[in-house]
Design a protein around this ligand. Structure first.
Ligand SMILES: [Fe+2]
Length: 269
C-alpha cells in the first residue's frame, strides 16, 4: 500500500473508470462483491487492473461468542485470491449472535475472557485465509463497569492473536469525547509495532454525543489527531472513508487530495 487510499463506493465507480482522478489505492468491502457478477463486477476488474485494492470486511464477527462461519471464510479466500488481494482488515466487534446477523457492529466487552476467545478465532482466520488479519478499533456508545481500558484490551488482542491493527483515528477521537478520555494518551499507549494502516473519516454531533457517521468531511480536531498519530506512530498508509452523504466524485477527490497533501506535509514520509 502506498500513501493514501480511498474507500471505493458503487456511486462513483464509473467516474473512476472513465476519468483521470485515481487514488493510490482503493478499499472495498468483500461482502459487497463476493457473489456478484455483471456490469459492476466487470468495472471492478478493470479498476483492479490499474489500482491496488485492499479488503475491509463487515461480517466476520470475530468478537461474537458464535463459531466462525467456515463457508463464508472459504468464499472470502477465493475472492481475495481471485483479485490477488493481500491486505484484509475487519472490525474488533461482533455483528452476529446465535448465527443471526445483527446488521451493525457491536463492541466486545473488554475482558480477559474475550481476549482469549477472540485470539483463538484470529489464529483460525489467519490459517484459513493464509493472510494476516488486521483488526480495526470501532466506535462504541456504551461500556460496562469493571472492564479493562479499551487500549489495554486492544493491545492484548493484538499480542495474543498475533494480528495487526487498523487504527481508525476518527473512532479514537469520537470514543475519547463520548467516554471522556484523552485521545493522545490512547495513541501513545497503543502498540505501535502492530499498526498496519490508518482510517480517517468524518463524524457528526447529535446533542452531546458524537456519532461516527462517515457522512461528513474530516474536521480539524481529527486532522490534529492525525498529525499526532503521524508523529507518534509514523509513516503508514492512510484511508479516507466516506459511506454516507457521498458527494460527487470530483468533490470527494478534492477531500482525498487535501488529506494527501496533509500527510505529505507532515514530513514523516
Ligand atoms: Fe474505519
Amino acid at each position: 500500500m502506498e500513501k493514501v487510499g480511498l474507500g471505493l463506493r458503487f456511486s462513483f465507480m464509473e467516474d473512476v473508470l472513465n476519468g483521470s482522478q485515481k487514488p493510490d489505492w482503493f478499499e472495498i468491502a468483500p461482502e459487497n462483491w463476493m457473489s456478484r457478477g455483471g456490469k459492476m463486477f466487470d468495472i471492478l476488474e478493470k479498476i483492479r487492473a490499474d489500482i491496488p485494492i485492499v479488503c475491509h470486511g463487515l461480517s466476520l464477527s470475530i468478537g461474537s461468542p458464535d463459531d466462525l462461519d467456515f463457508i463464508f471464510l472459504k468464499e472470502l479466500k477465493q475472492f481475495l485470491d481471485y483479485f490477488e488481494i493481500d491486505v484484509y482488515s475487519e472490525h474488533l466487534s461482533f455483528s452476529s449472535l446465535d448465527n443471526g446477523y445483527l446488521y451493525d457492529l457491536f463492541p466486545v466487552p473488554f475482558t480477559e475472557d474475550r481476549v482469549k476467545h477472540i485470539s483463538k478465532k484470529i489464529k483460525i482466520v489467519q490459517d484459513v485465509l493464509e493472510r494476516k488479519l488486521i483488526l480495526e478499533n470501532i466506535s462504541y456508545y456504551f461500556k460496562f463497569d469493571g472492564e479493562m481500558e479499551e487500549v489495554d484490551f486492544i493491545n492484548q488482542v493484538l499480542e495474543e492473536g498475533n494480528c495487526e491493527l487498523l487504527l481508525d483515528i476518527n473512532n479514537v477521537y469520537v470514543n475519547s469525547m463520548n467516554h471522556n478520555y484523552d485521545p493522545v494518551k490512547f495513541i501513545k499507549n497503543i502498540n505501535k509495532e502492530k499498526v498496519a494502516y490508518y482510517h480517517i473519516a468524518g463524524h457528526e454531533k447529535f446533542d452531546d454525543l458524537l456519532i461516527d457517521t462517515h457522512g461528513a468531511q474530516v474536521n480539524s480536531q481529527v486532522f490534529n489527531l492525525l498529525e499526532i498519530v503521524l508523529e507518534e506512530i509514523g509513516e503508514k498508509p492512510t484511508l479516507l472513508e466516506r459511506d454516507n452523504n457521498i458527494p460527487p466524485y470530483e468533490q470527494l477527490f478534492e477531500e482525498y487530495e487535501k488529506l494527501k497533501e496533509f500527510v505529505e506535509n507532515a514530513k514523516v514520509y
